[in-house]
Design a protein around this ligand. Structure first.
Ligand code: GTP
Ligand code: MG
Length: 300
């Protein structure tokens, strides 16, 4: 294909925590590239999913949900989200019409209203939302921000997503593709592997534990038989959290490891040997090196 025929652009996905941004990015890419969970603040760093549509390549920037930051980690997450929007060809503002999360949505709307990029409102989760309040919400938000268009979708079921993808592709500028045709994300396998383990922490642990933990890559060894041996460290803040992650007789860490290993070997298409170690480090969320490893800037 000659360069003049191809199109390539950047679509930033912004929204309050838990609005379904990562689910939508996975749906647009057509496979899982970002982890999701029922708990808010799952995505920590900006991540790119790459979607193709005929001659168009769309770089979808999945961002951490925007909320009022308290810890340094929160501030870095929110700053990463805004950076993701910088000079995008389109910004999708994703809203969960049921939960809405007004305290987070309102300030976000205010900031987005003043941005120069093309803005699109996406009301997500239509599979669980009632129609009338949905339309009222669309109208209300449409008065606050100059949206180019409004879409009603379900990122989970895929309802309305192909139509939206068509329209987004049509908006992308002409230009050469930025990534090879078969690349689906900007994350390495090594990084994806730590994210898959972190997804299990969100699924299997409660209260503050997922927020107080991080997963670091240690070793990634290609074995001669085609399988891969992965060692990771789960870092928590306190010793009692370490005990919870381990579980009775190591039962919890075993379940986390098993679920992560199964998912990973499916995603990577080969056998995975996963070794998890749990470490207590009360200062990890104030550690510059950890931030860089996670793909976050060290913000004040
Ligand atoms: N019913 C329904 N649930 C959805 C839909 N889209 C996402 N969800 C659910 O909403 C929850 C949050 O989804 P995520 O994709 O992790 O949300 P996010 O916006 O990336 O969240 P953060 O990364 O924490 O900011 C998960 O439990 C998803 O399964 C949808 O269209 N319908
Ligand atoms: Mg997310």
């Amino acid at each position: 294909m000659s360069q003049t025929e191809t199109k390539c652009g950047v679509v930033a996905v912004l929204g309050a925590p838990n609005s379904g941004k990562s689910t939508l990015v996975n749906q647009l890419v057509g496979q899982k590239v970002a982890i999701t969970s029922a708990k808010a603040q799952t995505t920590r760093a900006r991540m790119m999913g790459i979607a193709l549509h005929d001659e168009t390549q769309m770089i979808l920037v999945d961002t951490p949900g925007i909320f009022a930051p308290r810890r340094r980690l929160d501030r870095a997450m929110v700053s990463a989200a805004w950076e993701g929007a910088e000079s995008a060809d389109a910004i999708l503002l994703l809203v969960d019409p049921v939960k809405q999360r007004r305290h987070e949505l309102e300030p976000l709307i205010e900031q987005i209203a003043g941005r120069p990029e093309c803005k699109i409102l996406v009301l997500n989760k239509v599979d669980v939302a009632k129609k009338e309040p949905l339309l009222a919400l669309a109208q209300e938000l449409g008065q606050k921000v100059d949206f180019e268009t409004i879409y009603f979708v379900s990122a989970l079921t895929g309802d309305g997503v192909p139509e939206m993808k068509d329209a987004l592709a049509a908006m992308m500028p002409e230009g050469p593709w930025m990534y090879p045709e078969d690349q689906v994300s900007d994350a390495s396998e090594r990084l994806l592997a730590t994210e898959i383990t972190r997804e299990q922490l969100y699924q299997q642990l409660h209260e503050e534990l997922p927020y107080d933990s991080a997963v670091r890559p240690e070793k990634y060894i290609e074995r001669k038989d085609g399988s891969v041996e992965i060692h990771q460290q789960i870092v928590v803040m306190r010793d009692n959290q370490r005990m919870i992650v381990l579980g009775k007789g190591g039962s919890r860490i075993k379940a986390i490891g098993q679920a992560a290993r199964e998912e990973l070997s499916e995603l990577l298409g080969r056998k995975v040997h996963l070794f998890l170690h749990v470490k207590t480090d009360e200062r990890w969320s104030e550690d510059k090196e950890m931030f860089e490893e996670m793909g976050l800037d060290w913000v004040r």
